[in-house]
Ligand binder design. Sequence first.
Ligand code: CAA
Length: 254
Amino acid sequence: MIELTHEDEFAVLTLRRPAALNALSFELIGEIGKYIDVAGASRARALIITGEGEKAFCAGADIKELQNRSLAAQRQGAELGQAVFAKLDRLSIPSIALVNGYAFGGGCELALACTLRLALPNAKFGLPEVKLGLIPGYGGTQRLPRLVGVGRALEMVMTGRTVAAEEALAMGLVNRLVQAPGLEAAKAYAREFTGHGLRALQFAREAIQRALDVPLHEGLRVEADLSTLAYRTRDAEEGMQAFMEKRKAEFRDE
Ligand code: CAA
């Protein structure tokens, strides 16, 4: 149902349930969590998440499993999905969703939880839960407005409409459109930042994540703290020294 491979300096997590458009059964969600941890403990410099086949990144929660559940089980399921996707926030390496085809419901929420998003021309985004009488439950109502603004998030969630790749780019839902072969494009994209020290990238990600959670004065304090921590790293010493010596820095993630 899922495969984690290592290609060059990347970990690649592929959802493999194409007969159900890579829908998120609870078992699959559990496996995603397990493999995110494995990727984080590996030597990879970025995690790329994608779906098998040309049709879907992931069509969302497995609707067959959602029927006839107790409220307690439903709440546990939402908390599980949220917790697994939140692992990506804390992961020591950046993550990139490579969206090939449908990214609906929980699939869109998985992409939203990644650090960055790339879309192939056939990518289609949507939070269609209202059409099922539901609302997004794996972080969509919280991450989407942070990324694209409240107005656009309300419109997407209230209409449940599909947003194609070009529009997703225009609204900031994805960072870039890429052409096939998507994995090669994703690797080239990731190499724009994976040559930098991982610790600086992690501090930067944390500072920006916090920016959306706290008032400005607290966010500025967080930035002062994290930029001071970055300054204390060996990579910072090396980066500034390399600048002075007019050479390329050799970062060691220390
Ligand atoms: N759950 C379970 N099975 C799914 C599924 C899902 N979310 N999405 C697709 N499938 C299954 C279909 O049942 C079908 O299986 P069978 O061949 O056994 O009937 C197979 O995948 C292929 O799907 P379709 O025949 O429907 O393919 P299509 O090309 O006609 O349509 C689609 C594609 C528009 C994505 C359509 O499948 C669809 O609308 N899927 C549901 C999308 C959705 O509503 N997602 C939100 C789920 S709720 C959620 O995610 C809550 C949350 O916040 C966590």
